[in-house]
Design a protein around this ligand. Structure first.
Ligand code: FAD
Length: 420
């Protein structure tokens, strides 16, 4: 049996169904659950607050199992090696292993390479675990390619290989003697909140297929941030209805795209010539939810107010920016990264490129008409009224075309910045 295993948590902030943690607990006498606050990783205030909640819950769960969370600040690779050296100070022959979840972004892949080099240099054995997705990125590949570029064939193969079933959290964990866990605060906003949310969601998920596009009804799981930070294992969702599991598969799909093409954040996925317009004024109107197009503005204002936007609205606002205003998807994606609680490199950039026509859409020239989308998915205008205060006094779906009404009824709401 190994003496000590360091489990480097990144965005797998859970105790249940965490293979890296389970393997460490099985293989080693002592386990060091470690989180390194990396100053190079700027997550912005919305995600920082969510992360703080996740860590508080993780601390509580680990303390309850006898260990606690060890926390450091710096470059994770350097901190792992430094910690291992501290642990060896008393016993130089101590065998130490490192376990960590594999991840897919360019930033994470670079961190993994640094970690692998640092561990090798320090004589630490490193194991990376595929636990970010249901099916590991790169496991399913089409003939002659490194990743699936189109969703439907991926979905077919994915369905054939997925196996439901999760592993429980380890009962007990023991820190090496002399090592102090952090004294940070405890809370229940991470793994426990995710499990609670899932329990409630299970009661209604049967209506996902007909309800997920209902903007005002808000009938989606709201689990994306938990999935991003790993407070919930995606494998815990596989017994859901097919329409919902399909969305979980989209998440796997974009992870395997990013794994194979980490430049997704900066480079078009497809070999296309890009020709974007430099229009700071329209970009600002879009960001501020002041384009004069009600569904677009409602979505952008929901984002600013809640750190969340309904998926249907995300598609409409992204299409409006890239296809109507002809503004670069990179600018829209960066705004989403800054404000979304569930901001996720693979899902955000994958979807932005899909919408902009530079990514995985098989119909790259499609463009959403924001007025028609409004009548279709917000037929009573409730979603618009909820977020666009100037229009809240209007009745019915006419909120989607306020320019048809006298200005006295629309309380200073702007005219559309472009002709639709
Ligand atoms: P549900 O509808 O309940 O879906 C369940 C889960 O499936 C989600 O939590 C998510 O993990 C996954 N999922 C659903 N739709 C997609 C999708 N289209 N692509 C990939 N995974 C999906 N999702 C993010 O998690 N982070 C992002 O940064 C992000 N940015 C987006 C940007 C744009 C322009 C668009 C069009 C979509 C984006 N999405 C992103 C996908 C989707 O909008 C969100 O996952 C979803 O709205 C989150 O709400 P929910 O958890 O209630 O989703």
């Amino acid at each position: 049996m190994m003496d000590t295993a360091i489990v480097l948590f990144t965005r797998d902030l859970r105790l249940a169904d965490n293979p890296a943690l389970t393997a460490a607990a099985t293989a080693a006498r002592h386990v060091v659950p470690l989180f390194v606050h990396d100053p190079a990783l700027d997550v912005g205030p919305v995600r920082a607050a969510f992360l703080a909640g996740c860590l508080a819950d993780l601390r509580a769960g680990l303390r309850a199992r006898g260990a606690g969370l060890v926390e450091r600040t710096g470059d994770p690779a350097a901190e792992v090696v430094r910690l291992a050296a501290e642990l060896r100070a008393g016993d130089g022959t101590r065998q130490i292993g490192v376990a960590c979840a594999a991840d897919v972004s360019g930033f994470a892949q670079a961190r993994q390479r640094r970690l692998a080099a640092a561990c090798e240099g320090a004589g630490l054995s490193l194991r990376l675990f595929d636990q970010l997705t249901v099916v590991p990125p790169g496991e399913l590949v089409p003939t002659g390619g490194d990743s699936y570029k189109v969703f439907t064939p991926y979905w077919r193969r994915w369905q054939a290989v997925v196996r439901p079933g999760t592993t429980p959290a380890p009962d007990r964990l023991t820190l090496p003697p002399g090592l102090e866990a952090s004294a940070g605060p405890e809370g229940a906003d991470g793994e426990r909140a995710a499990r609670k949310r899932l329990a409630t969601w299970r009661d209604t998920w049967d209506s996902y297929a007909e309800g997920h596009d209902d903007l005002a009804g808000d009938r989606t799981s709201r689990l994306a941030a938990h999935l991003h930070f790993g407070t919930l294992s995606p494998r815990a969702l596989l017994d859901g209805p097919e329409a919902f599991v399909r969305q979980v598969c989209w998440r796997d799909f974009y992870a395997q795209v990013l794994h194979a093409f980490p430049r997704l954040t900066t480079h078009p996925f497809k070999n296309v010539v890009e020709d974007w317009v430099d229009d700071p004024e329209s970009l600002e109107a879009w960001r501020a939810g002041m384009t004069g197009v009600p569904l677009v503005d409602a979505g952008m204002r929901q984002l600013a107010a809640e750190g969340f936007m309904h998926n249907r609205a995300r598609m409409v606002v992204a299409s409006f920016l890239t296809k109507h205003l002809r503004i670069d998807w990179r600018l829209g994606a960066a705004h989403f990264m800054a404000l979304l609680e569930d901001a996720d490199v693979a899902n955000n950039y994958g979807n932005w490129q899909w919408t902009a026509g530079t990514g995985n859409d098989t119909r790259p020239y499609r463009r959403f008409n924001p007025v028609r989308q409004g009548y279709q998915h917000d037929p009573r205008g409730e979603y618009v009224r909820r977020y666009v205060g100037e229009l809240s006094g209007l009745a019915g779906p006419v909120v989607h075309e306020p320019w048809k009404l006298p200005a006295s009824q629309t309380k200073g709401y702007p005219k559309p910045i472009i002709e639709l």
